[in-house]
Design a protein. Sequence first.
Length: 101
Amino acid sequence: MSSQDHTAHSVKSATVGADAKYTCPMHSQVRQAKPGACPLCGMGLEVESVAVGDEGPNPELVDFTRRFWVALVFSIPLLILTMSPFVGITAVRDFFGERMS
Ligand SMILES: [Zn+2]
């Protein structure tokens, strides 16, 4: 019970007044003046009103694009290392000295 009270208090402290522009799609009571993550579920906050003009790049899209490229850089060597024998390329594993038995 006290943990619920604490959760409600932290939500209230994260809530900003009338100038709030960003809200959680799942929790309409969460309102913030700047983009970020929902304190309740962690989802990215979205603009409350429909943007008319160009407000620059979406910070969530920028963040996920960066994560995509970082993950891709680490995934390609792993893909080559694990899948190359199955397509007939043994040079990579031979380079590391693994025996195909
Ligand atoms: Zn939420």
